[in-house]
Structure formats: structure tokens, C-alpha cells
Design a protein around this ligand. Structure first.
Ligand code: ADP
Length: 626
């Protein structure tokens, strides 16, 4: 019989499993049972429409049998089964959803065994405890049954088998015990019972095992020395009722946490668990989780948003995208409703009225929970915002700002006066009476914004400035346009809305030097003005019109030929000694004065974080003045 080879990634994975020193080898049972349950889900779904199958929901079961003499553990399901193609495609390659990340991790740190626990590597994990695996399976609708056998990396064989019933039987032949490892433990009924309770309690089909128990012999019942005998009895090991169907007060947070990490394959605890039960126009139960950290693939195409959708305990879809809006795509969870027909198609699902109402309710619920966290549990909200604040900002900007009203109160920005994150509402409450705008400044870091000369005047007036350190920040504020009727104003704007009488008078006297600098710089700047905002710095650049420097930088980075350029206004601090010296030089040494103008312009560019047109010319200029 020809031995077939596993695909190369699967081989590495297998190798890892076989030689695993992972301490939680026990998870293999969870993986096998979860596959069995998925297979039953599929057939159960078919049974709804196919009368010929002659099965109803209560006929579906998972069976476990431990044979200590032969050292085998057999897990049997009457689910959909596999045909030849399925065996090749599903058991010959890595099919697990975490496989991409797994491959990456393997490349980076092949020694790190903990990834097994993190991603749940499915079927192959059985090789942590078994030296040989046999899969005897017959698929629904197929005439032939198959026997798949493998003892590990050297490949597998497939032959026909005489299995009569639809479903799959997986026989694990346990590894030999070693000094360090006792594989017999996985054949002990109490150990198996414990594992099912721990990992597979919410599997919706009965997991049945023949249990050996002890009882008093009938005939010795009344005697003084009762004798005991062993007998066997089938027992359902799991409680089956899904956690979301249980009353909130009957479930501990630990149980929710465990469910969350098993269901969504994460080591994290949820930051917030939301369990709701709604009865009315629509009736549903939802169990939602806000993760405590950003999933590794969150901002990639691989991350799938959506909630699991069940109809009366039967899984309809793994990722029902319609149930959560894009800007709350970090929410994970389960929705179970009896209001949906079970054999609803994907297309019909999208337009289903009940589903739309549930989605609206869920959106409201998430928003309320976040608002309440913001108001009552600031520390956790800040954790949430660190993980998903960017998503909320994208939400404001997306769809032409359609959702800004819903999201604006959930936003936070770093405040120059509070030295921590603040909300827009808190900012507006603190605004000074005469303050016209909500000010913000953009830069790479808090420190770099802090030292921007443009913020000096605002700071000296005691005005609070919001620091935009993330790419999305400025776009977010521009999309909002106003908050509680206050407009946003960038610190680099030429008009900060601050009247300053002293400076106004000075402007008149400065026309000579301003004209001189403008003529020297030519088209590089559109205007040269006497600054109203500078205090200790000699110069700064401000942007006029709709395009800010940050937008210029952003667009030139993503689209280098966009030609996007902010209109530059050079502001001079007329009180600064460098500017005063330049003014004197206009009378005594006009060439040197021109060099001053060039150098000051270049400095303004540098402070604004914009590239110099010609860096070596600039250094030459500076040297010629030293
Ligand atoms: P995953 O479950 O993450 O897809 P696995 O490696 O655990 O990855 O399983 C691979 C595939 O093999 C499953 O997706 C399924 O198609 C198939 N499979 C495994 N066990 C069974 C089973 N008991 N019945 C039917 N199909 C199964």
C-alpha cells in the first residue's frame, strides 16, 4: 500500500506534536471532540431538510471509549463524516484557522511550544499523546467508507473500510509510557470525565462514555458486611446547555473567561463580558466580549469580524458580519435566536428583518457598555482605548463621517494641561470663557508636539491643546469639524482666533522686514507675517487653507506623486534677537541678511517636520555664517 506524504508545513507541525514537551497535552481531547461536534453540526443541519436521513437532533451523539488493555481511546461521532477528498484535504494539511500565524511563529521561534495552547492546532494535537491514529469514516451521501492511518511524520495510508454508519471514529493508540510521561492517565475514566467538564462542557451534543461504577451486591444489601461489585453504565459527561443560555447570575466570571478563551482561541481574559437576554419584537440571547488586547491580526484581512449566530442551539454561521458594525468589529461573541429559520441562505440573512433589529440592539448595547465603562471604570476604558481607540477613530472617518455622532463621545486624546487622555466633553467643560476653538497639534510623539513653537502662545494663554500622535487623529478631528458647536483649530493654523492688540500695532511697523523676507524666499512661502503666537522661538511655519502639514506628509508618504502641498506662511517672532539682528543687517549687509532669512526658513521647516529642499545648501549656509 502506498504511503502518502503530509504537506511540508503539516510535517513540521506533526514533528512538533510528536516531540512535544508541552505541559497541556490534555488539550488533544478538546480538539478531537470539537471536530466531532462541528461534524455533527453539519449533518444536523442537513437533517433538517433531508427527511430520508431519518435523524432528529436528539439522535446525535459523541461516544468515548477507553480500552486499557489495548491502550486505545476511541472517539466516535455520527456527524457528516469524510470522503477521500476530505481526508486528503483536511487531514493531510494544516486546516486550522490559526495556521498562518502559526507558520510565522514557527519561523521566528521554533522552540516556543506555547503556541500550541494559544492557537489550538486541531487534529494533529492528538499526536502529542498517540503513537498511531486511525480514522474510520463514512461521509453522508457516500457509498464508500475509508480507513486513514498514520503513525506520524512518515505519512499516512488510506484504504477502504466496511464501516456501515455515517460518521467518524477516531482511534488513538497511546504512546508508550516513559519515566516522565504517563500516557495511561488519558485512559482513566475520571481523568477523561474531568477533561470533558473542563474543556467541552458546552458541546451541544451528549458526550457519552461507558463508566465503570461500583455498587453493593443486591444479595448482600442487608447483610452486615455488604459486598461490592462493578457494573457499567453509560453516562453523559457534559452539561450541554450552552453558557449563553444560562442565567447570568448562575455563571461565574471564571466560566465566562474560560468559554471566551476556548471559543476564540486566546490566552487573554476579556476586558468586558456582556450577557444579555432580550424578549420582545425579537427574542435572543447574546454573549459578547470586548477583548483586553488587540488581536495579532486585527488590522489585517485575516481578521474576521462577526459574531457566531445560532438558531436554537444550532450553529448557523461562524461569522455573521451583519451583527456588528465595522467600528465595533473587535467585539467577539455569540448570538442565539429562535426567530431565524434554520435553513436561511447567506443572502437572505443579510436582509433579514429580525437580524437587522438584533444588530441594532447589539450596537446600542455595546455603545452603552463602553460609555458606562468610560464613566465608571476609567482605568479599564483606557486599556480598551489603547487597544481599539484607533478603530473608533477609523469609524468616525469612515462612510463620510456618518457615524461620528455615535462615536465622538467615546474618543480620547492626550491633553497638554491634564497630561493624560481626555474626552472632548471634558475638554469643552474646561474651556476658558473667551476661548473660541478646541485646539489640537499634530506630531510624532507627545514630546515633539510639546516643543512645537506654534503651541507657545496657546500655552501662555493657558489653553488646553489636544495632541494628535496617531495618523488617524487629525483626520478624525477634521471629520468631526465641531464638537458641541466648538470648531477644531490646529495650532499650526495661521489664525488661532486670538486677538492680541500689542502685536497688531507692531505689525504695521514690520512691513519692511516682512517684505524683505518674502522677496528673499520667493515662492517658497506664500506669506511672511509677524507672529502672534511665538514666545521664545524665532520662527515657525503655519499652514493656510484646508491642507495641513500633517496631511501633506501623509499623502506624500502614501502617494508620492500626489503633489499635495500645504500653503506655507512663515511667522517671525519680532522680539527674538535673531530676527532683530536680521533687521539690522538689512541696512548694513544685505547679502548676510538674505542668508539669515534662508536659514530661519529652513529651521521653520525642520521644526514642522518637513523635509529641507536642499540639506547640503542649508549646512553650507549655516557654515558661512559661523
Ligand atoms: P480545524 O478543526 O481547525 O479546521 P483540524 O486539524 O482539527 O482543523 O481538522 C481539520 C479538518 O478535518 C476539519 O476542519 C474537518 O473538515 C475535518 N475533520 C476533523 N475531524 C472530523 C470529524 N470527526 N468528522 C468530520 N470531519 C472532521
Amino acid at each position: 500500500m502506498e504511503k502518502k506524504q503530509f504537506q511540508s508545513e503539516s510535517k513540521r507541525l506533526l514533528d512538533l506534536m510528536i516531540n512535544s514537551i508541552y505541559t497541556h497535552k490534555e488539550i488533544f481531547l478538546r480538539e478531537i471532540i470539537s471536530n466531532a461536534s462541528d461534524a455533527i453540526d453539519k449533518l444536523c443541519f442537513i437533517a433538517l431538510t433531508d427527511d430520508k436521513l431519518g435523524m432528529t437532533r436528539s439522535d446525535f451523539k459523541i461516544h468515548i471509549a477507553a480500552d486499557k488493555d489495548n491502550r486505545t481511546l476511541t472517539i466516535t461521532d455520527n456527524g457528516i463524516g469524510m470522503d477521500l477528498d476530505d481526508l486528503e484535504n483536511n487531514l493531510g494539511t494544516i486546516a486550522s484557522s490559526g495556521s498562518y500565524k502559526f507558520k510565522q511563529d514557527m519561523a521566528e521561534k521554533p522552540e516556543d511550544i506555547d503556541i500550541i495552547g494559544q492557537f489550538g492546532v486541531g487534529f494533529y494535537s492528538a499526536f502529542m499523546v498517540a503513537k498511531k491514529i486511525t480514522v474510520n469514516t463514512k461521509k453522508y451521501g457516500s457509498e464508500t467508507a475509508y480507513l486513514w492511518e498514520s503513525s506520524g511524520v512518515d505519512g499516512y495510508t488510506v484504504t477502504e473500510s466496511d464501516k456501515a454508519d455515517i460518521g467518524t471514529e477516531i482511534i488513538l493508540e497511546m504512546k508508550d509510557n516513559t519515566d516522565d510521561e504517563n500516557y495511561d492517565e488519558f485512559l482513566e475514566q475520571y481523568r477523561i470525565q474531568g477533561l470533558i467538564k473542563k474543556y467541552s462542557d458546552y458541546i451541544r451534543y451528549p458526550i457519552i462514555m461507558e463508566m465503570t461504577k461500583s455498587r453493593v451486591k443486591e444479595e448482600t444489601k442487608d447483610s452486615e458486611k455488604p459486598e461490592y461489585e462493578d457494573y457499567t453504565e453509560e453516562e453523559t459527561l457534559n452539561s450541554m446547555v450552552p453558557i449563553w443560555q444560562r442565567r447570568k447570575q448562575d455563571v461565574t466570571q471564571e466560566e465566562y473567561d474560560r468559554f471566551y478563551s476556548e471559543k476564540f482561541m486566546t490566552m487573554d481574559k476579556p476586558l468586558k463580558t456582556i450577557a444579555t437576554s432580550v424578549e420582545g419584537v425579537v427574542t435572543y440571547k447574546a454573549l459578547l466580549f470586548i477583548p483586553s488586547s488587540t488581536p495579532y491580526n486585527y488590522y489585517t484581512k485575516e481578521y474576521k469580524k462577526g459574531l457566531q449566530l445560532y438558531s436554537s442551539g444550532v450553529l448557523i454561521t461562524e461569522n455573521c458580519e451583519e451583527l456588528v458594525p465595522e467600528y465595533f468589529r473587535f467585539v467577539k461573541g455569540v448570538v442565539d435566536t429562535a426567530d431565524l429559520s434554520l435553513n436561511i441562505s447567506r443572502e437572505m440573512l443579510q436582509h433579514d428583518r429580525h437580524l437587522l433589529t438584533i444588530a441594532q440592539n447589539i450596537e446600542k448595547k455595546i455603545k452603552n457598555e463602553l460609555t458606562s465603562m468610560l464613566n465608571n471604570d476609567r482605568e479599564n476604558y483606557e486599556k480598551f482605548f489603547a487597544a481599539f481607540g484607533r478603530q473608533l477613530k477609523y469609524g468616525v472617518v469612515s462612510d463620510y463621517g456618518m457615524h461620528k455622532g455615535d462615536l465622538q463621545d467615546l474618543l480620547m486624546f492626550y491633553s497638554s494641561t491634564e497630561k493624560k487622555l481626555t474626552t472632548l466633553s471634558e475638554y469643552v467643560d474646561r474651556m476658558k470663557e473667551e476661548q473660541k476653538f478646541i485646539y489640537f497639534a499634530t506630531g510624532d510623539s507627545i514630546a515633539s508636539i510639546d516643543s512645537l513653537p506654534q503651541t507657545e502662545l496657546l500655552k501662555s494663554k493657558g489653553y488646553e491643546i489636544l495632541y494628535c500622535t496617531e495618523e488617524a487623529d487629525e483626520f478624525t478631528l477634521q471629520t468631526l469639524m465641531t464638537y458641541k458647536e466648538k470648531s477644531f483649530c490646529s495650532a499650526t493654523n495661521d489664525d488661532l482666533g486670538i486677538e492680541n492688540e500689542e502685536n497688531k500695532e507692531e505689525e504695521k511697523d514690520n512691513s519692511a522686514i516682512l517684505t524683505f523676507v518674502k522677496e528673499t524666499l520667493g515662492d517658497k512661502v506664500s506669506e511672511v507675517t509677524a507672529s502672534k503666537k511665538l514666545v521664545s522661538h524665532p520662527v515657525c511655519l503655519t499652514a493656510k487653507g484646508g491642507i495641513s502639514f500633517e496631511m501633506e506628509k501623509y499623502f506624500n508618504a502614501v502617494q508620492p506623486d500626489s503633489g499635495m502641498k500645504a500653503e506655507r506662511v512663515l511667522e517671525l517672532n519680532m522680539q527674538h534677537s535673531a530676527v532683530k539682528t536680521m533687521e539690522e543687517l538689512i541696512q548694513t549687509d544685505i547679502e548676510k541678511a538674505k542668508k539669515y532669512a534662508e536659514v530661519l526658513y529652513c529651521q521653520a521647516l525642520l521644526i514642522a517636520g518637513l523635509p529641507l529642499d536642499n540639506p547640503s545648501e542649508y549646512t553650507d549656509l549655516v557654515c558661512s555664517l559661523i
